[in-house]
Write a protein that binds this ligand. Structure first.
Ligand SMILES: C[S@@+](CC[C@H](N)C(=O)[O-])C[C@H]1O[C@@H](n2cnc3c(N)ncnc32)[C@H](O)[C@@H]1O
Length: 219
């Protein structure tokens, strides 16, 4: 069997720009406490992909106390921030996957676990030569499909007009599997739905970019 070590390669940062040293041993032992449980298809899971500093996972844990939130992020500074908030607020329903979301699909049997999937501000990779690094594409929607419960929803927020157009094309090319739920409403604006803010939401507003929310439902 040939293995492709670049298959799930994840581009982008693992550490922040600050030179602050991280006690990796301590980080790994903290993660151990919150590592993914064995999936059980009778439980409602929410998959939160690319959580950055974890604001979305904290929000989800409060609004869906009966669901299990799976926070997926390789960025160590962000995960440390989330772990601290989990401890301070004694949150019991968040677990972390400190790496590429694609590993979750590879390492688990195909069953309908996720009632919701959130992808807030996925890396836009604006240069044409980097489009292939974009997470959301037809293959991704195909891969995730069997893991989503019937009528489960994928919520995507982006402030990149180029990525927005790319996602719309992707939705069109995946129309046998998903319907675009909010396409006929005027409510594509993030703030029409949510009052909390993430780091990348704030960055978008400071730069006068409008974050739009797209909701897909599994057919
Ligand atoms: C632009 S940031 C957005 C962070 C956060 N959602 C927010 O709104 O502030 C995108 C994040 O997605 C993470 N990411 C990108 N691809 C990923 C993947 N395949 N699996 C897990 N995380 C990923 C990156 O590490 C990065 O922290």
């Amino acid at each position: 069997m040939t293995t492709n070590k670049f298959k799930n390669r994840l581009f982008g940062r693992t550490r922040g720009r600050s030179k602050k040293k991280i006690d990796i041993k301590n980080y790994l032992s903290k993660l151990e406490k919150y590592k993914l449980p064995k999936f059980d298809k009778n439980i409602n899971y929410i998959l939160d992909i690319g959580t950055g500093y974890g604001e979305t996972s904290i929000y989800l844990s409060k609004y869906f106390p009966n669901s299990i939130i799976i926070s997926c992020e390789k960025y160590i500074d962000g995960n440390l921030n989330l772990l601290q908030k989990i401890d301070t607020n004694r949150i019991k329903n968040i677990f972390l996957h400190p790496g590429n979301v694609l590993e979750i699909f590879e390492n688990n049997i195909k069953q309908q676990y996720f009632e919701k999937v959130w992808i807030f501000f996925p890396d836009p990779w604006p240069k044409k030569k980097h489009f292939k690094r974009r997470l959301i594409n037809v293959d991704f929607l195909k891969t995730i499909y069997p893991f989503i419960k019937n009528h489960g929803q994928i919520s995507i927020v982006t402030d990149s007009t180029s990525y927005y157009r790319f996602i719309i094309k992707t939705i069109f090319n995946s129309k046998k599997q998903y319907i675009w739920k909010n396409q006929h409403t005027s409510h594509l604006n993030f703030k029409d739905y949510y009052s909390f803010e993430t780091k990348y939401y704030k960055k978008a507003i400071i730069s006068s970019r409008k974050p739009s929310l797209l909701i897909l439902e599994k057919i």
